[in-house]
Design a protein around this ligand. Structure first.
Ligand code: ZN
Length: 546
């Protein structure tokens, strides 16, 4: 419980708060849980820039820090990553195995299913969809807290629909994400006045061109050009953009500031943390991901973004301090990231490559059609790696033949590390060891859902970037079962909570049981895959154990 003295924000007062015994702090649940996911904020980025932080990320770095937490599963994409953070469940339990999967039983021509769509809506497709939580198989922490105490409030705001929905859950009071027209929510929900205010700010910002931000001193060393071909040079960007360029706006620090702005407005308006109930505010900050995909994560762009994020989070925490709210912050990421192969090649990794064009599902399908004489498409997949589906129209000997030829073709390809068959994945037990020790198939098993997963799971070599066309907008990727995509930071901070560092591997599925214990919510251990992390240095235990 923050004493009035702690809310003053003065250095001396803060120091005296920090000096309080942690055990005293633990006796009262926080009045507000702030759960933040920074999209594509890898443990590598956190470690690289940690010493430069002076704002909100510095504050969090002084708390309880797990610099190597794991999104332990193989399919390290945004949907599965966000699904683990506040459910305590891996994708094998949440059902959110990837950003998109294939369902050949749907009647619409587009068989790709987006993770937060309702494909039953007439006229929808995976690109033009109705947002929904239809596919999430597990309750979120907010769902569980609302069930235990309907008076508590759950607010989720993010730069992406999948982040807002999968963090917040279906019973959230407010679910907002940014689309091309501004903040949007589920169909049938009304917008409070503060959302109109945030949307007016969004429209004004979008309509205003930006000249770009100045290079900061700590980013000078990253300010090196990388020529990726076709006259496209990256590494020295400053976020300049034209008026009306929504996709450009997404890949700038302004995008996160908009999410934090609405979160602040709703926190004030709804009295979060000041109503005698523990409320939950979930935030999905997406700009780091859009910047990583557009520019890679090793240049000045990524450095400038993290500096801006650090300051924006600092200002947001100051705003909460000003409200006198006793809050706990958890910050993590939905996945890590892999830099541009072109920059890797400049930096001592000459073997890094873009994926070969013959590994794309359409190319595989065409090759097999030619080889077998069977009518295509024979192979469907949302991506060239990960889950791969054989056409359901194929049966008996034809199906077996296509599968065998496909495995043979993929296994012989120099860019392919492994091809797992559905049956061997299903027969693999869920791992119980530390996530940095998991075998490749154990990682794949944590992404396996019997209803949604493919017939094969394809793993490319770790040096392969799964986008072949460097001329596209998004050219640096994540999603692989390797540690630079799986490893994320995990931090907890609360006024008066004594900080410590735990470098051993934990999982993002540990977050929900940890926060549940902190707010006094009882969850049966078999309902989650994670475990409660004791946030109290010394013999006291925030998990309620002796
Ligand atoms: Zn993501």
């Amino acid at each position: 419980m923050g004493s009035p003295k702690c809310a003053l924000g003065m250095l001396v007062a803060m120091l005296s708060c920090l000096a309080q015994p942690a055990a005293a702090q633990s006796e009262t649940p926080p009045q507000l849980v702030v759960a933040i996911s920074v999209d594509q904020f890898s443990a590598d980025l956190f470690n690289e820039y940690r010493a430069t932080f002076t704002g909100g990320l510095k504050r969090l770095s002084s708390g309880v820090v797990f610099p190597r937490a794991y999104q332990s599963h193989a399919g390290t994409e945004t949907c599965p990553g966000h699904s683990t953070i506040l459910t305590g469940a891996r994708p094998s339990r949440t059902g959110i195995i990837a950003n998109s999967w294939i369902d050949q039983s749907v009647s619409r021509p587009d068989k790709t299913i987006y993770c937060v769509e309702d494909e039953r809506e007439p006229g929808s497709s995976s690109k033009t969809y109705v947002a929904s939580l239809l596919h999430l198989r597990t309750p979120t922490l907010g769902d569980r807290m609302k069930q235990a105490d309907p008076e508590m409030r759950v607010v989720s705001v993010a730069g992406k629909d999948r982040a807002a929905l999968l963090l917040g859950g279906g019973s959230a009071d407010q679910l907002w994400w940014i689309g091309p027209e501004g903040f949007a929510t589920l169909a049938g929900r009304r917008a409070p006045a503060r959302v109109d205010e945030a949307n007016a700010a969004f429209a004004a910002a979008l309509a205003t061109p930006r000249a770009g931000v100045p290079l900061q001193a700590q980013c000078e060393a990253r300010d090196l050009a990388v020529d990726i071909g076709d006259g496209k040079v990256l590494g020295r960007g400053r976020f300049a953009r034209e008026a009306g360029d929504f996709l450009g706006l997404r890949a700038t620090p302004e995008y996160d500031a908009m999410v934090l702005n609405l979160a602040g407005l709703l926190t004030e308006d709804l009295g979060l943390g000041r109503r005698g109930h523990t409320d939950l505010l979930a935030l999905g900050l997406s700009a780091t991901d859009y910047i990583g995909h557009t520019f890679g994560n090793g240049g000045a762009e990524s450095c400038l973004q993290l500096a801006a994020l650090d300051q924006a989070l600092g200002a947001f925490f100051d705003r909460l301090d000003g409200l006198g709210v006793d809050y706990v912050v958890m910050l993590t990421a939905d996945h890590g990231g892999h830099d541009l192969p072109e920059r890797h090649r400049q930096n001592a990794m000459p073997h890094e490559a873009r994926i070969a064009a013959d590994l794309y599902p359409a190319a595989l399908s065409a090759a097999l059609t030619h080889e077998t004489g069977l009518a295509g498409p024979l192979v469907l997949a949302p991506e060239p790696v990960g889950d791969l589906y054989i056409a359901s129209a194929l049966t008996g000997g034809d199906r077996a033949r296509v599968e065998a030829l496909l495995i043979e073709r993929l296994s012989a390809h120099p860019q392919i590390l492994r091809v797992f068959k559905r049956d061997e994945i299903a027969a693999t037990p869920l791992a119980t060891s530390a996530p940095d020790d998991w075998t490749l198939i154990e990682r794949v098993r944590a992404s396996f859902d019997p209803e949604r997963s493919g017939d094969l799971f394809v793993v490319a070599q770790p040096w392969v970037t799964q986008e072949s066309d460097a001329g596209k907008r998004y050219i640096a990727m994540h999603g692989r079962p390797f540690d630079n995509d799986r490893r994320v930071p995990l931090m907890f901070w609360r006024q008066g909570l004594r900080g410590f560092e735990q470098p051993l591997a934990v999982e993002t599925v540990d977050i929900a049981p940890t926060l549940a214990a902190l707010v006094g919510l009882v969850v049966e251990p078999d309902e989650m895959d994670g475990r409660c992390l004791d946030l109290l240095a010394g013999p006291a235990n925030s998990c309620g154990a002796d």
